[in-house]
Design a binder for this molecule. Sequence first.
Ligand SMILES: COCC(O)(O)CCCCCNCCCN
Ligand SMILES: [Zn+2]
Length: 678
Amino acid sequence: MASGTALIYDEEMTTHKLLWSDPICDIEVPERLSSSYEQLRSYHLVERCVHVPAREGSEEEILLVHSLEHLEVAKSTQTMNEEELKRVSENYDAFFFHPSTYRCARLAVGATLQLVDAVMSGKVRNGMALVRPPGHHSQRNAANGFCLFNNVAIAAEYAKLKYGLQRILIVDWDVHHGQGTQYIFEEDPSVLYFSWHRYEHQEFWPSLKESDYDAVGLGKGKGFNINLPWNKVGMGNSDYLAAFFHVLLPTAFEFDPELVIVSSGYDSGIGDPEGQMNATPEVFAHLTHFLMQLANGKLCVILEGGYHLKSLGESVCMTVKTLLGDPVPQVSGEMAPCLSAVESIQNVRAAHKPYWKWLAYEDTSFLQNLSTKSHFLKTANSNPSTEHESKITNNNDTVKVDRFLELHMKNILFPVPPIKTATTGCEGSEHFLSEHVQLVKEMDKTEVEALVSGFYADLVKDNKTLLSLGSMFVILDKILKKEVCNGIATSPTAALSAAVALRHSVRLGFQRVLCVFVGDMQMIPNTEDGKMLIINICEKEQSGKTSCKHYFSLNWKEDAEGNDFFSAVLGFILPVAYSYQPNLTVIAVGPNRNLGISGISLLVALIQGLAESRIFAVIEDTEISLMQNVAKLLVGASTPAFGIYVPPTQEKVNRIKALRDQFQQEWKMLQCSGDIFI
Ligand SMILES: COCC(O)(O)CCCCCNCCCN
Ligand SMILES: [Zn+2]
């Protein structure tokens, strides 16, 4: 299992700069790179990464994507004077040449390919390349939007050629549409390109019709180009997370890429003059964390845009911290996507229905009655939650944004707990002990008996479980005190242990405890006070307990292959969990579990994005291999391959939709279709 995070940075890429006045290009400054690198150093992140040197991309590598003519023009600029440079630059939309541009662009390509090699060779698990000039606007025969060579597109072609890859996912979270990348792979089903971008109904640059949600790819590439247009500014964390839950992740897991490359622009972050969006730096930790669960963790993050230096630097640090496996910080803001975002999500899901199995049963009837749609849009616009109140009056007030970010990041960058995982000396734990794992000593019997008789006598009927409870109390205590990030224990009766753990956690002071229970839960605590939210994935409805705001019984019978859990995890559990914003998560697996090991692994891996990754897992002690899998994930391993994709049945899709329709007003991250306001 590869480990380690590569960081690629070469100061020489700061020599490319604008020599004349140009109000459009003057935001793409060398300091973007140097201040990001300085910010990484100030958080002691550089020293934790594996340093990989940049190199020049060769002409042959550049010709994987670009025409010889384009290469020759670029090469010829090295010896030009300012007048000639200005003239050549005017041939392109929003691009400037400097005598060192060609050299820097080749370094940007080479740095990107070095990262691909480091990841594909297993030297590291993932990594980030800080490069400029950026790439996603440049096309086969043209520079565009500050980009000369399309670093990420060349990387994808290079990886296909050198490593025989057949499925590469490119995620472009830059706030501009990477039309260059779209054109290059439009007919190529081996490269799935996803981009969200400020669009405002084609008003915003590059103002292309083909940036809208109905540009799905051409010929054999149909379905492999996904555009999610933002038709309003001010999009925030909840909109970005909703886009991942309801569009990107279900598609990505069905596509099952062998490598994930991110066109990582941070102009989609708060404070950026180009994006005018509201998303705060920690959201990039969540987006990165989600993508780390694909391709066995093989993830290459390549810098694109980002023009507010403080916002850029903080977001780069959040990304690298997560690549290193640090706990994911709590995401801030109201977990409620705005109407415009939900409408875009609904449109892109409808546009891609013909191409993806997970969308086979998507309800696109809204397309027929567009009249009511425009009607509810008018009425909805009066609805408060259709607009995000902007945290910052406008992003152009740089100093104000600096101050906001200074305060905002203070309580985000908590110290990383020295130990990741605590465990009891339970069966099978000897397999995964490492410096990241702490073996906790048992609490002594008399103390456990005092605790149980004091607070849990109604739950604990016999002494058989007392011993397992003892170590559980110790682990929960350590998690509460942030001495460890998470913990795992086995129990002869996981249902009882979970019930005691939940009550104990609330008594210890956790205000919102999320419990995901797989299998027969048997004892369902009272959730009226909202201090717990329980999602029970079980085969049959628990006796007489129907779903309500804080208790869901998700009846789920795995198909034979045992791989059709994505729609439950991505379409329901994560959105509800993120809406709830727990400060502790308890994952319990009882008898008669009805999710396969890979389904539970995905659940544990993704849910680490919550509660600052504070998780307590309790597993029925008959499930040794499951326990070992879960323990490895808690220590930071990537989710294992999921095997063949099993699409959800219509019955399962309908069940999720029914729950979503019923609870999307309480848990707004469930929203993914605009008919919420009719
Ligand atoms: C990968 O490049 C990074 C980027 O996407 O941020 C480049 C943005 C170019 C923005 C150009 N604005 C032109 C406005 C014309 N009225
Ligand atoms: Zn951009």
